[in-house]
Every structure is written in structure tokens, then in C-alpha cells.
Design a protein around this ligand. Sequence first.
Ligand SMILES: [Zn+2]
Length: 451
Amino acid sequence: MVLLSLPAYLRHRIGNVYLAGVVPGPSKPSLDQINKLLTHLVDDLESLWLTGAIFKTPSCPGGLHVRCALIPLVCDMPAAHEVAGFSSYNSSHFCRICLLTLSDIDNIDVNSWPLRSFDNHIVEALKWRDAADEAERAEIVDTHGLRYSVLLRLSYWNAVLFTVIDSMHALLLGLLETHCRTLWGMSDKSEDFDGVRQPHRAENDPTNSHLSPEHQSVLEAMASLESRVKTSTSPEDKARKVLQKINLESLKDLCRKASVSFDGTKRHLWESLKKWQGLTGPARKAVLGKSTLTTIWSDQKTITTPSWLGRAPKFAGSTSHGKLKADEWRNLCSISLVYSLTKLWSNSEERYQQMLENFMHLITMINMSHLRIIDHETIELYRSSTLAYLAGVKTLFREQTLVPNHHAALHLPDLLKRFGPVHAWRTFAFERYNGIMQSLNHNSRIGVCLL
Ligand SMILES: [Zn+2]
């Protein structure tokens, strides 16, 4: 935890950070365990709010009465839902601020969204806590999209208002990655095209005519599985959801037909099939295909950026590059892509011009949301850019449904008004602390103090 009363330059110094606890791995805690893990912290916080504590300092030798409160809960989307007591972000009630259902996720008319009421939230959460059996609890989760969180014991804490949307995960790792990888298919192994997808049926695709019926049936089965996953926050998340829809034996059967190894876990088998699909399936096409990426990489050599700004990653989009960090996505999109795509597309065919305009709305909303000083004007510019961007995505990429991060982006203006610039309530610093702890050599002696 960090103390928001401290100035920004002091609050993230390691000596000013309160490490309340570390959850032992290797797997993440269950929903029930999360409440147990937080119980002692909530006890302390409630006492510090109701009675406070006396601290003696050089300037106050008689003691200073201090009270404290936990206000914003800053997590990535899955953790925020688990810790604050909301149903999963991929359940029907996927949003922790409103009760729009997943089937209506393409609705971007914010005024039509039914907002959650905290008064109702606490009533139903207590019913969940006191329920007689699991069936009764499941009914509450299905109907209201919530369950009990021990944080609700804090007399002042409002789960709906205080569980913030983290701009680093939702916008930088979420929207920028979704735009480049999902909508534009960024890959140096793909041929370039304008992003207008034709309905694909493997048996009608001339590029598959050389395949045996057995191999074609595997491609069809994989396409069918993937089409049943409506929303996902990342390729890993999509693979996880796909694997929930097929059992190990059926997966092995597909591997046998494709003549790939069928030893290992479901995840291993799916990865083998995806590799086979990449080599065997129809030639893939992408808006950011190898020709466009080659131009972007070449342009990067000519761009000089201020020394305080990290460089955009070299060869982003190549298969050898791997995952990009949040800052790398931001630099790549807001510098390299803006420069190269404006050069390539601004005088090109109408569809490319429309895609460029749509991308610039995305960059405007990213820039407005990360300003260190904001006012009503910048928040309104963020809101209008987000609406224009999402409307453009729906028009230009008709076969794609919006994902929870798109929806969350439209809630961000209210949070900007409530909490101010995002640097005070985003996860960048906390991810750094995670990195520090992960780099410590603990020799498997969990629980021994190392900091
Ligand atoms: Zn919502």
C-alpha cells in the first residue's frame, strides 16, 4: 500500500511503501482464501479509521493523532473482481460499475447502461455471506454479479466507487495490444491486406484445397472452438477459454489427425496445434503484415526521441520479439505507428484513411488519459475520442465484438473526475514491486524475510 497523502515523488520510495503481505504461490489463492488473507489487514484498517493511532515525531513529541482509510483498490481486472467481490470479468455481469450484460457488450451508449447501486450491492453481498448453501450463493452471483468481500467490513468503503480501472492494464496492455494484434493481426509472417475479412470456411478456401479431408476437419474444429470464445483480454486468456471447451481426449484426437505430438497437458497440445495451424492453414493476412512492419522498423531508425522517453521496441511484431511491456506498447503506438502509418496511409485508399483516423482517436484517448495534470476539457476530449474510436472499431471491423477493456474505457472519465490523474492510482509502481520480489532468491524458504 502507498500513502496518497505523501507527494507523488515520495510515495513510491521503497521505504514509504507498506507491504501488508505476500500470498504464497505457486497458484493464486481461491476466492475464499482471498477473504481470509485480507481479514487481518481489514481489522487494522478499520481500527485505524475508527480510533486511529498516536505517533510521536520530533515535531510532535506529545504524539500526533493519525487516522487512515483505504480508498482506491488498484488491481488488474481479474484481481479487482476477485478482491472486491464481483463476478468474473468474463461472466454475464462482466462490469463492476454497471450491470450491462456480456451479450450487450457492443452497446456504447453510456446513458443506457444500468449502473450498480452500492446500497443494493451490500444487501446482496451480505445475503451471499449468510447463504445456507452454494446453490443460493450461485443464484446471487448469477442475478447480481457479486459476492461478499471482507473489504465491505470497512464502514466507509464503497466497492462500486472505489474499485478503480487500472489504465496500465486496461488501456496500454489492453486496448493497444487488442488493436494491434487482434484487429490488425500484427505479424511479420502475414501478407498485408486492408483488414476486410471474408467469411472463412476451410473447405471452400482454395488455399486449403491441397489439404487432406482429415487436416481440413482439424482446421474447422479449431476455428469452431475459437469462434465460441466471444471475448478475451489477451491471446493467453483466449487459449485458456478455448481449452475450457474441449476435453483432453478430444484434443489428443485432433493432434493425432494433424500428426503432431499428443503428449503433455491440454495447453501443450493446443500450442502444438496452433503451430501446425500456422504452418498448414491458409496464408494469414494482417493490416500490420510484413511489408508494413518492415517500413515501420526502417522508420524507427530515423526517429529521435527525447532522452527521458524510452525507445519503441525494435522489431515489434516479429515472432522473435515476444511480449511487449506496457510502456513499449505506448511508445510503439504513440510514436512509431503514428509516424509511419500517417506516411503510409494518409493519402492511400479510403479504408486506410479511415483506419488511420480511427487509430488516431485511440492515441488521443491514450494521451489524454495519461496526462499528469487534467481538467474537465481533457476528460471530455478523452470521452469523445473513446466514443469515436469504439464507433470506428464497430464499423471498420464488423466481425469483432468489443471486449471488457473497451467497455471499461468508457467508465474511465468518471474515475478521472473522482480520483484525478491516473499516475496516483495505476499499477505501474506495484508491478515494479512485484518484479523486485520475484527477482529475490528465496531458495524455496517461503516466509523467511528477505527484504
Ligand atoms: Zn460498465
